[in-house]
Design a protein around this ligand. Structure first.
Ligand code: ZN
Length: 355
């Protein structure tokens, strides 16, 4: 569209979250302004490209949902430095992280009515570059009605050389009169092989693990990021669990004191999830000991450990073990001293493993 001068006045990139729509919108804006496009891409070297890369391109206006401070008639510009910081850290636009940046995890940010006036004012001044002022609006579905109506006017009576690019996660929530006037492009989910490649090259996950996990990301890079976090946490939990059981079996009390420090370093939330993980592993190993292989839900390394460990989890100790891990979880939830709770637990495991 850019190459053949057929850019619409209002363009919508729509699709599920976490697939790179806003990154695509930014790349398009940079391409439109680039002074030396080559092979269907921006050059990355001209002054305009440099400005885009540093979020300083004066003909590009960012608009995004915010939470109103009590006094001012709030506009996106008030929070532009925060948004730029967020964009640098969140190229795939994790909305929860934007709420964190706004210091309100339960907030419902919107694009206020004052925003449309602010955009119109910016678009009324002479453009700095040779052509095109561009609006990049993230989540137009969050525009207040008054703002949406003024934006509709901008779309119906477009200013010359202006392009409004909207990026939506929930296009069905955009005011229908606006939606019908946008030129819409559906951005597709990523293929599993693309997710697997992202996990391997960007997140340095072993190739076979990445390929096995990729379908669970459901075509979203945010989904892929979550898989990495879960997978990293599971590895830490597995290692801690194995260390606990080995050292408890060998009655290495001094080593277990160090272990309890390591486990406490997970923090309160992490400790509680780790203890849940231990309970799951104990149940799985008891089932393995009953030789009901078909019911097992363990991964490769867990199964491998279980082949030697499961004989130690039996009907004489499984209930007590589960109770002790549950009690430790309750104590940590109540803000008890995690190092003491973990060490106490480790000593009880020494005694229970011998039964
Ligand atoms: Zn360029």
């Amino acid at each position: 569209m850019t190459d053949s001068n057929r850019l619409p006045h209002a363009l919508l990139l729509e699709g599920p979250p976490g697939i790179g729509k806003f990154a695509l919108a930014r790349a398009l804006a940079q391409y439109i302004h680039c002074e030396n496009r080559t092979d269907g891409d921006s050059c990355g070297k001209c002054p305009s490209c440099k400005q885009h890369e540093s979020f300083n391109q004066l003909d590009t206006v960012y608009s995004f949902p915010i939470l109103k401070s009590e006094s001012a008639s709030a506009v996106s510009d008030d929070l532009l430095p925060d948004f730029v910081d967020y964009l640098k850290k969140n190229p795939y636009m994790d909305f929860d992280n934007w709420l964190r940046a706004l210091n309100n995890p339960n907030g419902q940010p919107v694009i206020y009515s004052a925003e449309s006036a602010s955009v119109i004012r910016k678009f009324s001044v002479t453009s700095y570059s040779k052509r095109f002022r561009i609006l990049l609006m993230w989540l137009p579905e969050r525009m207040q009605t008054e703002c949406a109506n003024k934006m509709l006017k901008m779309i119906e009576e477009p200013m010359s050389d202006s392009i409004l690019i909207f990026v939506s996660d929930a296009p069905q929530e955009i005011l229908p009169t606006i939606y019908s006037r946008m030129q819409r492009i559906k951005v597709r989910r990523l293929e599993n092989r693309e997710i697997a490649s992202y996990l391997a090259t960007v997140k340095h996950m072993p190739a076979d693990e990445g390929e096995a996990l990729a379908p669970m990301a459901q075509g979203s890079l945010l989904g892929a990021d979550r898989l990495v976090k879960t997978s990293e946490a599971s590895q830490v939990y597995f290692d801690l669990f194995v260390t606990l059981m080995r050292q408890a079996y060998q009655r290495k009390v001094g080593m277990l004191r160090k272990w309890s420090v390591d486990a406490a370093a997970l923090g309160r939330e992490g400790s509680m999830r780790f203890l849940e993980y231990c309970q799951r592993m104990l149940r799985e190993n008891f089932i393995a000991n009953l030789h009901v292989g078909s019911l097992l839900q363990m991964n490769g390394q867990e199964l491998s450990f279980s082949s030697r460990f499961s004989p130690f989890i039996n009907e004489r100790n499984v209930e007590r073990l589960l109770e002790e891990f549950s009690a430790a979880r309750t104590d940590i939830a109540a803000n008890g001293n995690a190092k003491i709770i973990f060490f106490d637990l480790a000593v009880k495991v020494i005694l229970l493993l011998k039964q």
